[in-house]
Ligand binder design. Structure first.
Ligand code: SF4
Length: 264
């Protein structure tokens, strides 16, 4: 067995602490139904919204067994959109057989309109769902999704998931030049979808988009915070990438980590 074909890290994450990555896609090419302008995996035409099996659970199990590095979370993410893995639940079960840590998944939320996917996501301890656009036009401009991915359906899926869940939900928004002026519109969507936490990010890893400065992020946080309070939802936790510290963690396999994150 090639060691660590499906697992990578652990990495120091500003949102998850020591995070051991588990990639349910693990393909050389990116498999995602988005093609975000800031994607650290590079540009590639979005794949159709069709789920498939990419990783065998027993192969993942052997790898998790061999990997002894401690972590705060086992995080499902990697070279594409993890909910495109048709055997996501089976992989999560396998993961829990071998590791005691809490589990997280970082999803672009495009499949959350599916009841089955929402059910699968509800089995994770922590779901981090992407929302980079306050409307359909910016979704097409920033995330450049596959045909059939619809802004209203994503919001509907997030609302339904949030209502019925028992686990922790964060909404992450990647702020760049094109969406930085929409803090009020985003705040209204956070109130509609009611996550426990909002994570404001900006692309600090190598990619074609310029990140927002600390001052620009501070302004976005200020407006978001004030608007959440005005709308009576000041209880939603608001964090941003410049305001959090990631722990120092050494990855077991720097190569596999670099392939998925663009940095170790
Ligand atoms: S959703 Fe994630 S993996 Fe997919 S294109 Fe966007 S940044 Fe890249």
């Amino acid at each position: 067995m090639t060691p660590f074909k499906y697992c990578y890290g652990p990495v120091g994450s500003w949102r998850l602490g020591a995070s051991l990555g588990m990639d349910p896609i693990s393909r050389p090419e990116k498999i995602c139904d988005y093609n975000c302008v800031y994607c650290q995996l590079g540009a590639r035409e979005p794949v159709p919204v069709e789920r498939a099996v990419y990783v065998r659970p027993d192969a993942l199990g052997s790898e998790l067994e061999a990997l002894k590095a401690p972590a705060d979370y086992i995080t499902f993410s990697g070279r594409g959109e993890p909910t495109l893995a048709a055997n996501l639940s089976r992989l999560l079960i396998e993961c829990r057989k071998h590791r005691p840590e809490k589990t997280a998944i970082i999803t672009n939320a495009s499949l959350m309109c599916s009841e089955k996917v929402r059910e699968e996501l509800s089995a994770f301890d922590f779901v981090i769902a992407k929302l980079d656009a306050p409307n359909a036009e910016l979704l097409n401009e920033i995330n450049r999704p596959a045909p059939g991915v619809c802004f209203d359906e994503i919001i509907k899926g997030l609302i339904l998931f949030s209502k019925g869940r028992r686990n922790r939900l964060a909404i992450q928004t990647m702020l760049i030049g094109r969406n930085k002026a929409y803090a009020l519109e985003f705040a209204a969507l956070y109130v509609k979808t009611l996550p426990d936490e909002v994570q404001l990010n900006t692309p600090l890893r190598p990619c074609p988009e310029k990140p927002l400065s600390r001052n620009e992020m501070a302004l976005a946080c200020l407006i978001t915070d004030a608007e959440l309070k005005r709308l009576g939802k000041g209880g939603i936790k608001l964090i941003n990438v410049y305001g959090e510290t990631a722990p120092e963690v050494s990855p077991v396999s720097a190569r596999e980590t670099l392939r998925r994150r663009g940095k170790t």
